[in-house]
Design a protein around this ligand. Sequence first.
Ligand SMILES: NC(=O)c1ccc[n+]([C@@H]2O[C@H](COP(=O)([O-])OP(=O)(O)OC[C@H]3O[C@@H](n4cnc5c(N)ncnc54)[C@H](O)[C@@H]3O)[C@@H](O)[C@H]2O)c1
Length: 261
Amino acid sequence: MELNRFKGQVAVITGGANGIGRACAVRFAEEGANVACLDLAAEANEAAAAECRGLGVDALALSCNVTEPDSLKAAIDAVLARWGRLDILVAAAGIYTGSPLADVSLRQWQRLIDINLTGVFLSNQAVAPILMAQKAGSIINISSMAGKTSWPASAEYSASKSGVIGLTRSVAMELAPFGVTVNAVCPGNTKTDMVRNVAGMIGQRDGMTVDEWLAMRASDCPMKRLAEPWEIAGVVAFLASNDSRYLTGQALEVDGGLVMS
Ligand SMILES: NC(=O)c1ccc[n+]([C@@H]2O[C@H](COP(=O)([O-])OP(=O)(O)OC[C@H]3O[C@@H](n4cnc5c(N)ncnc54)[C@H](O)[C@@H]3O)[C@@H](O)[C@H]2O)c1
């Protein structure tokens, strides 16, 4: 069945240039939404917007640093100038750093928290008044299975992703009376550049090749494989659709059964 659930709506995707964010941008475009990709990776961001336009919708690639309120404001202003509305925010911009606790510098901690947690806070804050005023809309924040469980040498990443879940719950309660839903998605290992870079970094530390490390992660998972980015985007689209209007403040694990909290 071909779905066209978002025709005439506008979806804003932070981190839309690559990986999970890009898969979300494409999914919303496939279902008729106009899409704005907000990212620092200019070339990939242009390519993501072009891919969306190729699906027959309008799309913008906007240079944006989610850690800077002025940069987010300029991007949201550009969205409103172009389409006069905004219906969906997916906050997917994020990075991974991982080191044993003793090696995490304050700078590394603060940079990751700035992007993964403060960036989600700022992007939620930037769109909330618009969604509240129109009394409709959805925010989907990309957390991680690391927000619900953890492993060694991941303090800053896990802390940021648990923080995203707490932030999501509070924003959900504030926006619920306005008919706006706010949820988090907690992906397991998903085939993106991020996970390939992690495989290189941790694999090297643990004496494994990238492929060996990825195979080990797949074998940890009850489904015995990593996720494809479109499998995360499908759940994000569900959370932006009318089928989930009574679902808010949740943090859904999309991880092949790995965490099951
Ligand atoms: N890939 C996985 O296995 C996995 C698992 C769980 C959660 N996640 C989360 O999903 C989200 C997307 O990850 P991905 O795997 O697609 O990674 P990715 O590296 O492929 O994409 C992340 C995007 O975020 C952008 N970005 C980084 N810092 C930014 C900033 N300050 N401002 C604007 N954009 C910025 C990057 O340029 C990039 O395009 C992240 O929040 C990540 O933590 C990923």
